[in-house]
Design a protein. Structure first.
Length: 232
């Protein structure tokens, strides 16, 4: 697994270098697009727990865009049971702090729907460590420095830019060619990125090589004709 992490804002620089993009209004959206791409690729390494505040309005509250795993939701210091889950798995320290009345469920648009109309809640989530970009004032997730992953996320971002009606020379969502249609390229690069992150990197190979050599040396120490297990 690749443990070296870089700021995902590098994707913006790469796209402006590689394509004739003369509009930057989408930059504010890129961090949330990157989080969504990571979620779809199902990258789960390097996740850290965090707590995000939310406000329920009209029985609805948006799940934080940084969320990769939603662990629990609390209201007035008590965990909200999830309506549509049987035998829900919850953190041990929250198991006995369940709200006796109020509950929540997920919708298909990235929100939770609660049984109470308004109120303040807390999201207990797992997300990627992030880093503030002082130029834009945006927090970008730190991602593995992996070529397949960067390529997949870039395709996802390009498809989102085109999907908002912007023009990029040489690219179109109507083409039936992954070299010119980033949406098709995203679908092809997504499993490649997932597989690439599952393989071990050079540091891991080095560690495995040391362990293997030590095991063989240790094994051979006992694999001799005059070995007596009862003598030191």
């Amino acid at each position: 697994m690749n443990y070296k992490k870089i700021n995902s804002k590098i994707i913006i620089a790469n796209l402006f270098d590689d394509y004739n993009i003369d509009y930057g209004g989408f930059i504010q959206l890129i961090p949330s697009w990157i989080y969504r791409a990571l979620r779809e690729i199902r990258v789960t390494s390097n996740l850290i727990p965090s707590i995000e505040l939310g406000t329920v309005v009209g029985y609805k509250c948006a799940i934080p865009t940084t969320t990769q795993e939603l662990i629990a939701v609390s209201y007035n210091g008590l965990r909200l049971p999830r309506i549509d889950v049987i035998n829900e798995s919850v953190p041990d320290d929250m198991a006995n702090l369940t709200h006796p009345i109020e509950k929540y469920q997920l919708d298909d648009n990235g929100n939770i729907i609660t049984t109470f109309e308004t109120g303040s809640i807390k999201f207990y989530i797992k997300s990627y460590p992030s880093e503030l970009d002082t130029t834009t004032g945006l927090y970008f997730p730190l991602i593995a420095d992996d070529e397949e992953l960067i390529n997949a996320i870039s395709n996802y971002v390009l498809s989102k830019i085109l999907g908002r009606g912007h023009t990029i020379t040489g690219l179109s969502l109507r083409e039936n060619n992954p070299f010119t249609n980033p949406r098709l390229a995203w679908e092809q690069s997504k499993p490649k990125a997932r597989n690439s992150l599952m393989t071990i990197d050079d540091d891991d190979r080095h560690i495995m090589s040391i362990l293997t050599r030590n095991f063989i040396a240790d094994y051979n120490r006992y694999n001799v004709s005059n070995f007596n297990p009862f003598t030191k």
